[in-house]
Design a binder for this molecule. Sequence first.
Ligand code: FE2
Ligand code: FE2
Length: 307
Amino acid sequence: MMKTVTNRHLLKPRRVQFDFAQTPYHWIPNDPFASHLINGIHMILPAGELWFCRIYNKALPLVTDDDLRLDVQGFIRQEAIHARAHSSAHPYLAEYGFETESFTQKINFLFEQLLGDAPLGQPALRKVIPAKQWLITRVGIIAAIEHFTGFLGQWAMDNTSWDKADPVMADLFKWHLAEEVEHRTVAFELYQHLCITEAGFYLSRQALMALAFPLFVKVLMDGYRHLAQQDNNAYQGKLAQQPIWRLLLEMERIGKKSGNVPTFSAFLQATSRWVSPSFHPIHEGNTEQALAYLAKSPAARAAETRH
Ligand SMILES: [Fe+2]
Ligand SMILES: [Fe+2]
């Protein structure tokens, strides 16, 4: 299938660096829940985004559209830097005594084994599922995940509550999420390009979202739990032991009260938009707004002057 041509925009990598020496562990003031939920992302994304890069490098030879190939190459370069930037926050967590290794090992298992080249980590399944089909399925999973990063990206562009937060950490997330808005159409269009029929594209992207949505929510909440249970704050320690629905209610409450995290209901609404046959991520965000943030992001500006 040919890709839907959206706004042509050359994706460029911005080689950012961050210094977290002055960043408190509750980097969103008086909000340990939001701080831990968002810091959990540092433990999830390095493995996840490097997995995106590996899958896309394997998919590149299948791309027959020159514009889309450029988009995919730009996407790979941006995601590789995202992974590195989040890894650079690990010493910051360690400095405050947070153990991350046992959690990142589980994430590595998810991306390197379960979603590796042998389907679900089972070499016997290689005989049942052709390698190309498994590759395209994983491209579809990335498209579903990128719907969430695009949604979170636009949310972060509209957010003002982080203006009161630690400027370095807020800039890391806003720079990253601005680039997620910037490249939000690539994963969807690559998956569309690799699907043989429009009906197959529609049905399979629904099936993959049914898988990706609960997985994404669980991994995000597990990241929160892992950090919150190590916090001296008694409320956070207790909350970390609660079932997932209780954490989602807390996300809803904090999101409504402070705007420091998106509400879970907004997240559900974003997921429901994916169901429409006319869904396209171009309508999910504002590229100009993302580029305006990148033009003023301290880290992106410093990267510009270094090169
Ligand atoms: Fe990213
Ligand atoms: Fe992305």
